[in-house]
Ligand binder design. Structure first.
Ligand code: DC
Length: 242
């Protein structure tokens, strides 16, 4: 089975939107902080273009979940790297949000608060990043993909045809994250979500390996007050203006 099929999924083609996209755009990188709208925008953009979609965050979450299950310390970078190397992550299902790792099919488990709390520590570990970045590049090599994360434009795919850096105010991002958690039945205070969101931003932005930051040639787009459709349209317009 081709590697791509194990990791990413192809979405239906909408010829009209695809024709609107500038010729030659094949690899799209979307980065940004927690809850800036990357997932929903990236998925919708991929659907419109008939591109594959890969949320690289679920790969770091899968390794975190596995480490917690196995009792591997999230501070032990070398053990985490071995775990990631011996358990490649595969994306399952049409939404790209279920993950297969070490024979476990994971969905809501990837969003458990234990994973939320520990994933930034795991994502800091260079041996884990090295392994997952290699997997991500292999997937992107076939083109026609929207890949989202924190380091896609800076590290994973520095030659991407289009790089987007999505932002939103911390209050808006915490509100989105809080709503997502409530929708999943998790009872949590908005204030707690805001402080956890800021704490994760802090770790992601200040780690040594591949910190969260816009690539010098990324287009920064603040999504406050914009609908998903408006953000997707702005990205398509941007690609046409290149
Ligand atoms: O996008 P998310 O919240 O699912 O990401 C989970 C964690 O993984 C978060 O701490 C950032 C990290 N991550 C990363 O370091 N690099 C990526 N390409 C994707 C996610």
């Amino acid at each position: 089975m081709p590697v791509r099929a194990r990791y990413a999924y192809l979405t239906p083609l909408e010829d009209k939107t695809r024709e609107q996209l500038a010729q030659g755009i094949s690899v799209i990188a979307i980065d940004g902080p927690v809850a800036a709208g990357k997932t929903v925008v990236g998925r919708k953009l991929a659907q419109n273009l008939g591109f594959a979609y890969l949320d690289t965050g679920v790969m770091y979450r899968a390794v975190t979940w596995l480490a917690l299950q196995c009792g591997t310390s999230v501070e032990d970078g070398s053990a985490l790297g071995k775990l990631a190397r011996s358990n490649p992550v595969a994306i399952e299902g049409s939404e790209g949000s279920r993950v297969l790792v070490a024979g476990h099919s994971l969905g809501p488990e990837l969003r458990e608060s234990s994973v939320d709390t520990n994933v930034s520590a795991v994502a800091k570990a260079s041996p884990v990043r090295k392994e997952l970045v290699a997997q991500q590049r292999q997937i992107a090599a076939q083109g026609k993909i929207v890949m989202i994360g924190r380091d896609i434009g800076t590290v994973v795919l520095p030659d991407a045809d289009l790089k987007i850096y999505l932002t939103a105010s911390p209050a808006k991002r915490a509100q989105r994250r809080w709503q997502e958690m409530r929708d999943r039945g998790q009872e949590v205070e908005l204030e707690t979500v805001l402080s956890e969101t800021l704490a994760r931003d802090e770790i992601d932005s200040n780690r040594e390996d591949s910190p969260l930051r816009p690539a010098p040639d990324a287009w920064e787009l603040n999504t406050d007050g914009l609908s998903i459709e408006q953000v997707v349209q702005k990205i398509i317009d941007r690609s046409n203006s290149l």
